[in-house]
Design a protein around this ligand. Structure first.
Ligand code: FPP
Length: 244
């Protein structure tokens, strides 16, 4: 793991600053064991807590996880209700992790669709972890890349209408500044377990030059060792950003 070695300036040379993870395969993990899908989500939440702590420990600066997409509302009501309860439970339990690990939490997505209780919890977590200076943990919930860009376009249109900006001011930087991830670097590495080879509306704008690594295993089985492997693979890639 040569990325663990520090260079002379004390930085992890090839360690990605920002990792995105599509936590996929919970349902299949449960099915394989003859368990209800909810058991897979529970195992996925436990694994999320473990991997988030590990990322913080090894010095990842930003971690973005895809927990619930704008399209996930199409699932059976029972599964949605279970996931909402799991989010509440997780957020309550993980508060101590955020403090201990100095993790700052942000939620990406439209929070208004959640219950008043969950919205309150989300606000509390964001507020109480605001002062933390360690890893930034973005939890994408009721998030969709297209919805995010559409919202950014609307905000920019309002500024234009109110004459706060001119058409000439609209550029890529301005668009980035109107996304949920404003002020953050784009993900260097996006990991998707479960064998599916697509982004599924995750960080569409921000992933323009992300390195993509797919794993043929299910999210609850994704281990710290698998993350090490992904980082090793990332470190061996030649990122050219359109150059030569
Ligand atoms: C995708 O697997 C996973 C989800 C839609 C839910 C992800 C949620 C967690 C991992 C819970 C933890 C998150 C927080 C913030 C507490 P799937 O159900 O689509 O799996 P399948 O494709 O095998 O059916």
């Amino acid at each position: 793991m040569f990325w663990m070695k520090k260079n002379t300036s004390g930085c992890h040379k090839a360690l990605p600053d920002h990792i995105g993870i599509i936590m996929d395969g919970n349902g299949r993990w449960a099915k394989k064991r003859g368990l209800p899908r909810s058991a897979g989500h529970k195992a996925g939440a436990i694994n999320f807590r473990k991997i988030a702590k590990y990322c913080s420990k090894i010095g990842i600066k930003y971690l973005t996880v895809y927990a619930f997409s704008t399209e996930n509302w199409n699932r059976p009501e029972e599964e949605i209700n279970y996931l909402m309860r799991l989010f509440e439970q997780y957020l309550k339990e993980a508060l101590s992790d955020f403090e201990e690990e100095n993790i700052k939490v942000l939620f990406l997505g439209d929070k208004m669709a959640f219950s008043a209780n969950l919205q309150k919890l989300i606000d509390e977590v964001e507020k109480s972890s605001q002062k933390n200076t360690g890893m930034v943990l973005n939890i994408a919930m009721n998030y969709g890349g297209r919805q995010e860009v559409t919202e950014a376009v609307k905000k920019i249109a309002v500024e234009l209408e109110n004459k706060k900006i001119k058409i000439e001011n609209i550029n890529e930087k301005l668009v980035s500044e109107h996304l949920y991830t404003a002020g953050q670097p784009d993900p260097d590495l996006i990991i998707r377990p479960s064998g599916e080879l697509r982004l599924s509306n995750f960080l569409l704008w921000q992933s323009a030059y992300s390195e993509l690594i797919f794993f043929n295993l299910l999210w609850p089985d994704f281990s710290e060792k698998d993350l090490d492997r992904a980082i090793d693979e990332y470190a061996s890639r030649n990122r050219r950003f359109g150059g030569i």
